[in-house]
Write a protein that binds this ligand. Structure first.
Ligand code: SF4
Length: 468
């Protein structure tokens, strides 16, 4: 019997049609946000309706302010954003789509809320109006971002045309060292394979490091698959996955429904001997807390290292890329990463704003006081409530951190939360591209614990020296 990868099993189960190498795939879930108004406008122009509104979910996250929310929608200061939020309410109501909107008690980021609510499930094919939809692959699903016109097609037909990617298995085995987080693993993976190392591929993360990892950690890892250029990233579902899903509102309920789902879910992991187009292996014990120093997530080094000299880059292209990156980032080759002073800290985004991330930041915050402005932006109201029930907000605010309302915030800086030109930020988000956090802003990607440590010192520091 042929051994199949998890990716092939899920892909094959969703194929509807094929034309000249393009495959029409059935979509189980479509995730949209307040910026998806173009899709609704296109449907209206074509006089089309949403094919399966019960499989489309909407979130208010990208544009919403992360303070002053008690004033309600009418209190949104920017007219354009307020109108966008109102239009989203109207459009989703008109089409019968479940909206986790501005006032919803479960409001939050479109890659945080669906797993929390049990909307994300193993074996599904999920399309989202944001490139970090790969996050949902942590449950053993195929999940990827699509553009506005593709989303219009999905909403009208519940299907999408795609080319089949190749498969890449990334195997990490071993215990994570003290102070090393899932964010450090994915930064180390991208530093090894490159920001284009996954192009044209679907990644499966395998090995006992991931088998021991929480769902929150797995989501952080899968989230950044796109930063290695991959179409999606996934991890096989297991008992940790099933325990996480148990009892969530949209998950199959215990009894016959749950048993039927489990019967399918247990067939999903790649078969022994399944062939991948490529394999990469890392040793978890060799991974240290990481800091990016450049303008893509590949430009990352262990915190004990120095800013590299472009002359030492492995090829001419990277020599030039590194030199331009250091110029933009205002850094000199040879500077120890721990000597780099920062202006701001951002703990948030769909990469690192879950309860474990807030706990990790609070654990570090207990050891001092923030020397620079430091924001903590929970990924959802559910995370915010849980953190407050655990007293994490009190720990953070006592240490001088600012506790804000859920949203994408400084990850993409389109809601008004942004860096000033030249400002340097230790950020738990996923992209350190030029201008990502505001024109001229300088972004360094780190884990939540490393971000909190940087806040306490006003410069990058090895978190292991704080939480010994
Ligand atoms: S937090 Fe950033 S990457 Fe995530 S959904 Fe929002 S804008 Fe996209």
């Amino acid at each position: 019997m042929t051994a199949h990868t998890m990716f092939d099993k899920i892909w094959d189960a969703h194929v509807i049609d094929e034309e000249e190498g393009e495959i029409l795939l059935y979509v189980d879930r479509a995730l949209i946000h307040e910026g998806s108004s173009h899709a609704f406008a296109a449907l209206k122009r074509r006089n089309q309706s949403v094919a399966r509104p019960q499989q489309v979910f909407a979130f208010t996250d990208h544009y919403v302010p992360t303070t002053g929310r008690e004033k309600g929608i009418q209190g949104i200061a920017v007219d354009e954003i307020r109108n966008m939020v109102i239009a989203q309410h109207e459009n989703t109501k008109l089409h019968g789509i479940r909206l986790f909107g501005f006032d919803d008690p479960a409001q939050g980021i479109l890659h945080i809320v669906p797993p929390e609510q049990g909307i994300t499930q193993p074996g599904m094919l999920i399309c989202g109006a944001d490139s970090h939809t790969a996050t949902h692959g942590a449950f053993g699903s195929i999940a990827f971002g699509i553009g506005a016109s593709d989303m219009t097609h999905v909403m009208a037909t519940q299907a999408t045309w795609q080319r089949k990617p190749k498969t890449l298995r990334i195997v990490v085995n071993g215990e994570l060292g003290f102070g090393v987080a899932p964010k450090d693993i994915i930064l180390a993976v991208i530093a090894k394979i490159g920001a284009a190392g996954g192009v044209g591929h679907a990644i499966e993360y395998a090995g006992n490091t991931f088998e021991r990892m929480s769902m929150e950690g797995r989501m952080t890892v899968c989230n950044m698959s796109i930063e290695a250029g991959a179409r999606c990233g996934m991890i096989a579902p297991d008992d940790i996955t099933y325990a996480y899903m148990d009892g969530r509102p949209w998950a199959p309920q215990k009894g016959a429904e749950w048993d039927a789902a489990m019967a399918l879910w247990r067939t999903l992991p790649s078969d022994p001997g399944a062939r991948f187009d490529r394999e990469v292996t890392l040793d978890a014990a060799q991974i240290e807390p990481m800091v990016t120093w450049g303008v893509n997530p590949e430009m990352a080094s262990p915190v004990g290292a120095a800013v590299p000299d472009p002359k030492t880059a492995p090829d001419e292209r990277r020599r030039s890329d590194w030199a331009m990156a250091l110029d933009y980032m205002g850094l000199k080759a040879g500077t120890p990463l721990q000597d780099i002073a920062i202006d701001r800290v951002f703990i948030g985004s769909c990469t690192n704003s879950r309860i474990e991330d807030i706990r990790a930041a609070a654990e570090v915050a207990k050891h001092g006081r923030a020397k620079v402005p430091a924001w903590v932006v929970p990924g959802s109201k559910t995370v915010k409530r849980q953190a407050e029930a655990e007293g994490l907000d009190k720990i953070l605010t006592a240490a001088g951190f600012e506790w804000r309302d859920p949203g994408c915030s400084l990850c993409t800086a389109i809601n008004g939360d942004q860096l000033q030109p030249g400002e340097r930020c230790a950020s738990t988000s996923n992209r350190n591209f030029r201008n990502r956090q505001g024109p001229g802003g300088r972004t360094h990607l780190v884990s939540p614990a490393m971000a909190a440590a940087a806040a306490l010192k006003g410069r990058f520091t090895d978190v292991r020296e704080i939480i010994k």
